[in-house]
Ligand binder design. Sequence first.
Ligand code: NAP
Ligand code: MG
Length: 399
Amino acid sequence: MSKIKMGKIVEMDGDEMTRIIWKMIKDELLSPFVELNTEYYDLGLKHRDETNDQVSIDAGEACKKYHVGVKCATITPNAQRVEEYNLKEMWKSPNGTIRAILDGTVFRAPILVSGVKPAVRFWEKPITIARHAYGDVYKGTEFRVTEPGKAELLFTGESGEQKRATVYDFECGGVLQAQYNKDSSIRSFAHSCFNYALDTKQDLWFSTKDTISKQYDQTFKLIFEEIYENEYKEAFEKAGITYFYTLIDDAVARVIRSKGGYIWACKNYDGDVMSDMVSTAFGSLAMMTSVLVSPDGNFEYEAAHGTVTRHYYRHLQGETTSTNPIATIFAWTGALRKRGELDGNDELMKFADKLEKASLDVIESGRMTKDLAMLWQGEKPQTLSTEEFIKAIRAELEK
Ligand code: NAP
Ligand code: MG
């Protein structure tokens, strides 16, 4: 059997348990079937440290060049990791670095299998959350005041013109915060959302609190509206999908009552909170994929979970682990399918579909990793080790 040929994608290797799984997936599920054509970047923490993190920047630039990338989970160093790896510096999160280069939005979607029922009984299809990962409270400036006094918001334009508003006349101590966002970032977010909705043929919902935040949130609402009307409305109508704006509280109520099957775009904080709510309600972090979509059409796929450190330490001690590789497999299939789509490579797209189906078929036949076995509703499942599970998918794929 000849292997499937493909155009180039960017491959970003990572850390710990997911690095082990990465190799297993390539060896067992990809290389035997596809002539893998990747530009390899080792984002493992050791190599990031050796290159003074230049490799993260190079990987981000490569994603721009080839338009499609797939990334393994990586360690974001903290003080403990600096010691553990004897790092020169507490390097920034590679995801943050790549996101800054691609100016993208992260879309997170659950992978559904019969047997793991969402906590919300109405949900039948995935709900994809798009989080605007820029500004707002995450870049807020804040302090406490401890005596009575006047708090003001002051803007001094380049022209010298000033805008000033009283925030509050404090009669006692309290707290203050200022936050900002940029039109350019909101526009990029909107383009990424509209493009991804068209790409996946799903409705797009967007929610803010513009009734209360009459300038700040209103700006988000108006920018989305303007871009939709001028640039996407026709394409949406053609694709048979809709764009829908509503207040965040109304959105929450509708989401719970919905069947799923749409994208929910959220401001930074809302997205932070709601994505944890939605992913937990769908079942397992190990069944959640993530794709970074840039406004000009670059796609970087990964699993939503981390490097599964606890399992890795057990693996190092020679214990057998039962770590779920599904989200990492789907990161690969997402990237291969997108490459296929961009190149008109049907064979590659079909392979991605087959690999996903084989993976889910194994689970639905009652064989799975421990995390899923604990959530399983139905006949007693068979718990497999990481390796056994990947081998079972290989056998299914070869059928
Ligand atoms: P994590 O790696 O997602 O793991 C947290 C826990 O969730 C695990 O201990 C495990 O629970 C369960 N879990 C996650 N993925 C699983 C899988 N595929 N199969 C089975 N169980 C799974 O998060 P973390 O422990 O907070 O972070 C570990 C490292 O990952 C950190 O260094 C962090 O910086 C990094 N991280 C990277 C990314 C990224 O690259 N995108 C994202 C998040 C975190 P049990 O131990 O109970 O089985
Ligand atoms: Mg969070």
